[in-house]
Design a binder for this molecule. Structure first.
Ligand SMILES: Nc1ncnc2c1ncn2[C@@H]1O[C@H](COP(=O)(O)OP(=O)(O)OP(=O)(O)O)[C@@H](O)[C@H]1O
Ligand SMILES: Cc1cn([C@H]2C[C@H](O)[C@@H](COP(=O)(O)O)O2)c(=O)[nH]c1=O
Length: 205
């Protein structure tokens, strides 16, 4: 019996890590096996070419960065996510391919190109989108990380307004949209309500 793949999406600072931690505790209390994972992985995040862009906005070719990201996601799927699902483990991913579509659409690449490099990757059983105004998410990031540690794009609210609209274009139709401005426990209740239905109605471990 395969585990469930749950993707938690949202802008930087939307509350993904917070909700994933609460969901993980909820699964553990039920005695379920869980893999918490994150995309992109550190191979992509720590790549010097990616860092040059994320930290300083320097990039000679955006398709090359998107390909690094696609390689990272494809490898991550084969190496971590699929084996876990096959072993009956439920996988919660902090960000998923929809982040790549949203960010790279904003960075000027077209949808068909992105669909070619990400479109064959497995669709999640549940996609959650924590929706919140960029002004609030970026304020949270600044309070959490400090202005000096913010990424190049995080310094411009307009970039994140575009990322948010791109998300709304690319997310699956059955995405669970949640108002990220709600109180943490209220959001958690909405998430476990939907996850509970999935556990009851699907043949899952
Ligand atoms: N519902 C909420 N209401 C108010 N503050 C929140 C809420 N959820 C999370 N926060 C706070 O906002 C900040 C960002 O939350 P968190 O780290 O969970 O976001 P994230 O989406 O994982 O961010 P990133 O993508 O940058 O890793 C943290 O300081 C967290 O405590
Ligand atoms: C998904 C994705 C993200 N990025 C960049 C853009 C964001 O500001 C950060 C997210 O990092 P965090 O540690 O999760 O906050 O990474 C990217 O360049 N490519 C992507 O596919």
């Amino acid at each position: 019996m395969s585990g469930l793949l749950i993707a938690v999406c949202g802008l930087d600072g939307a509350g993904k890590t917070t909700q994933i931690s609460l969901l993980n505790d909820w699964f553990l209390i039920k005695g379920k096996k869980i893999l918490l994972t994150k995309q992109p992985t550190d191979y992509y995040r720590n790549d010097t070419r990616v860092r040059e862009y994320l930290d300083h906005g320097i990039c000679p070719n955006m398709k090359a960065i998107a390909l690094l990201s696609a390689a990272d996601r494809t490898w991550h799927m084969a190496k971590e996510i699929e084996p876990a699902l096959h072993n009956g483990v439920h996988v919660i991913s902090d960000r998923y391919i929809y982040s790549s579509y949203a960010f790279f659409r904003t960075r000027g690449l077209d949808y068909d190109y992105l669909d070619n490099i990400y479109g064959t990757l497995k669709k999640p059983d549940l996609t959650i989108f924590l929706d919140l105004e960029p002004e609030i998410t970026l304020k949270r990031v600044m309070e959490r990380d400090g202005n000096e540690n913010m990424k190049y794009e995080e310094k411009d609210t307009k970039v994140f307004e575009q990322v948010r609209s791109s998300f709304l274009e690319v997310l699956p139709k059955d995405t669970l949209f949640i108002n990220g401005a709600l109180e943490k426990n209220t959001i958690h209740e909405q998430i476990v309500h939907r996850v509970g239905i999935l556990l009851e109605t699907r043949l899952v471990p």
